[in-house]
Design a protein around this ligand. Structure first.
Ligand SMILES: *[C@@H]1O[C@H](CO)[C@@H](O)[C@H](O)[C@H]1NC(C)=O
Ligand SMILES: *[C@@H]1O[C@H](CO)[C@@H](O)[C@H](O)[C@H]1NC(C)=O
Ligand SMILES: *[C@@H]1O[C@H](CO)[C@@H](O)[C@H](O)[C@H]1NC(C)=O
Ligand SMILES: *[C@@H]1O[C@H](CO)[C@@H](O)[C@H](O)[C@H]1NC(C)=O
Length: 215
């Protein structure tokens, strides 16, 4: 029976692995919102589909809105990728996945002028027999471009906190060890005293009780 049980759990583990390999799990991870001038910036846009939705036709539109300005189209994906005329022309690279759940766009050589709000609009039309539902998802990415990759203040703080915690834990462990050691050695001393007391009594008892048994 245990063999059967482990075989079963192995089989289910293999099934889970197989499912993961065949149908990668789609997670709608939000995009980074900070870019460094001169570097590439991946504007991540993920729109997961349910299993039954795989027969959809997908249209993706990417918009850009400068500060205090209006949205304008910078990229379109409709049966293939198409860059539209915009100040971004020549600097945009399609970075989506084949199944069009990931429809990310990469901006090459980011400039300070690229700060603003990017919108990713995904429209899907599903081709079922009886009906053709239409689904739209929208993601806003407020992008801030900085001149240099300054060290993130919060990450510095958390790093310092980590070191403080580490030192504190080490000290605490040390104190605890010393305390334990003292307690153990004290207990040992006490035990030794007790043991000699304990040994002293039965030896008398033994002599007393030993006499009547023989005969
Ligand atoms: C996305 O872009 C990065 C860097 O430009 C590249 O390494 C990666 O292979 C691209 N991924 C896809 C799916 O095109
Ligand atoms: C990035 O842009 C700057 C100015 O716009 C240009 O001088 C530089 O050559 C560009 N770098 C790349 C890798 O395209
Ligand atoms: C940035 O934008 C300003 C005004 O919108 C323009 O004058 C300037 O030439 C732009 N710089 C670059 C590097 O595109
Ligand atoms: C994206 O789609 C939403 C929903 O249909 C719409 O309200 C919004 O105006 C679209 N965004 C742009 C920039 O067109």
């Amino acid at each position: 029976m245990p063999a059967l049980g482990s075989l079963f759990s192995l089989a289910s583990l293999m099934l889970i692995c197989w499912v993961h390999v065949c149908f990668p799990v789609c997670v709608e991870v939000p995009s980074e919102t900070e870019a460094v001038q001169g570097k590439h910036m991946k504007l991540r846009c993920i729109s997961c589909m349910k299993r039954e939705e795989v027969t959809a036709s997908t249209v993706v539109e990417w918009f850009y809105r400068p500060e205090g300005g209006k949205d304008f189209l910078i990229y379109e994906f409709r049966n293939g990728n198409r860059e539209v005329e915009s100040p971004f022309q020549g600097r945009l690279q399609w970075n989506g996945s084949k199944d069009l759940q990931d429809v990310s766009l990469t901006v090459l050589n980011v400039t300070l002028n690229d700060s603003g709000i990017y919108t990713c609009n995904v429209s899907r039309e599903f081709e079922f027999d009886s009906h053709r539902p239409f689904v739209k998802t929208t993601r806003l990415i407020p992008l801030k471009v900085t001149e240099e990759a300054g060290e993130d203040f919060t990450s510095v703080v958390s790093e310092i906190m980590m070191y403080i915690l580490l030192v504190f834990l080490t000290l605490w462990l040390l104190i605890e060890m010393i305390y334990c050691y003292r307690k153990v050695s004290k207990a040992e001393e006490a035990a030794q005293e007790n043991a000699s007391d304990y040994l002293a009594i039965p030896s008398e008892n033994k002599e007393n009780s030993a006499v009547p048994v023989e005969e």
